[in-house]
Ligand binder design. Structure first.
Ligand code: AMP
Ligand code: TRP
Length: 343
């Protein structure tokens, strides 16, 4: 469907408030937020309503909500430039999500791979929220008429669904170009590097907050020793590094470590291999550990400083929710009128 949307460019993204952030979240999402806020009107929120699609202990959820807000700020998301808020503080998301539940088709949701992964074998026992999760995500985006959405590669399918919902709403209600068809921004400033960071224990599995092994993830909050130890313990193979990216094929762990080095240093895989090709992991891992510590440990320090000041964080989030509501509330009023609701 052609997109002739004429509205302003607007960037929006969110991160679930379930568990601590890791360098996959940083490279796939946060670092892009920091770059984008310099150029465009940006909305970055904490997807607490998405988090409860799987069970969250309330006290843990509260703590994580502050931890993730602090992670945004520590990574460089600036509350003077970007609007930062909790999803649950802006009820317009939920209202639009209901209307979108009536636009999206069952067949579309049946294809969502994240639901299949998260629901596992026993999908009868998954929450209904987990199933309609991508519909709420579409509402998050379109309630601000966001045009661009910086996310990691795993979110591509959800973004396609958002485009389908926007297009069907515009068509069904005869309001051409009312909603933009939002585009994912998967590549970062340094190209594809960082779009998909894999587990340090298994180069074929995505680095994920919910991985049971602590050693699989480099968390932003890890201290210097922990970061260095995890890099040194990362799974590898017995070969030396190739001198060109083609040689990484079939070597997922090696490819992942080279990818992390590339993303953190702003180099391409080819440039990293031009420096390290022919060397073993005994030489490469210490260099990677040093780079990880240099780039990530200062974020952890700032994160701890901010977490110790929940009043400041609460103030930032309250101001953000007000700014967000000022845009989202009138949009929902307009949508209700388009749909035919009276008041
Ligand atoms: P989530 O933690 O699932 O809420 O993800 C928050 C953001 O981080 C989304 O934009 C994801 O696409 C991104 N992300 C999560 N895991 C990774 C990963 N392993 N590599 C790259 N990006 C990721
Ligand atoms: N589903 C996203 C994730 O797991 C988080 C999210 C919720 C999101 N709503 C969003 C991302 C809207 C971008 C835009 O990563």
């Amino acid at each position: 469907m052609a997109d002739d949307y004429q509205g302003p460019e607007r960037v929006l993204s969110g991160v679930q408030t379930s568990g601590k952030l890791h360098i996959g979240n940083y490279l796939g999402a946060l670092r892009k937020f920091v770059d984008l806020q310099k150029e465009v009107d940006c909305f970055f929120f904490l997807a607490d309503m998405h988090s409860i699609t799987v069970w969250q202990d309330p006290d843990a959820l509260r703590a994580q909500s502050y931890n993730i807000a602090a992670s945004y700020l520590a990574a460089g998301v600036d509350p003077d430039k970007s609007t930062i808020f909790h999803q649950s503080a802006v009820p317009a998301h939920a209202e639009l999500a209901w209307i979108f539940n009536c636009v999206a088709r069952l067949g579309w949701l049946d294809r969502m791979t994240q639901f299949k992964d998260k629901a596992g074998k026993d999908k009868e026992r998954a929450s209904v929220g987990l199933y309609t999760y991508p519909v709420l995500q579409a509402a998050d985006i379109l309630v601000y008429k966001a045009t661009h959405v910086p996310v990691g590669e795993d979110q591509k399918q959800h973004l396609e669904l958002s485009r389908d919902i926007a297009g069907k709403f515009n068509y069904d209600y005869g309001v051409a170009n009312f909603f933009p068809l939002p585009e994912p921004l998967i590549k970062g400033q340094f190209g594809a590097a960082g779009a998909r960071i894999m587990s340090l224990r298994d180069g074929t599995a995505k680095m994920s907050k919910s991985d049971p092994s602590e050693n699989a993830c480099l968390f932003l909050a890890d201290d210097v020793d922990t970061l260095a130890r995890k890099v040194k313990k990362a799974k590898t193979d017995p070969e030396t590094l190739p001198s060109e990216p083609g040689g990484l094929e079939g070597r997922p762990e090696a490819a992942n470590l080279v990818g992390i080095y590339a993303a953190l240093s702003g180099k391409t895989d080819a440039e990293v291999l031009a420096d390290f090709g022919g060397q073993g992991f005994g030489a490469f891992k210490p260099a990677l550990a040093e780079l990880v510590v240099e780039k990530i440990a200062p974020i952890g320090d700032e994160l701890r400083r901010l977490e110790a000041d929940p009043d400041y964080l609460a103030g930032v989030l309250r101001a953000g929710a007000e700014k967000a509501s000022a845009i989202a509330d009138p949009l929902v009023a307009e949508v209700k009128s388009i749909v035919g609701f009276v008041r």
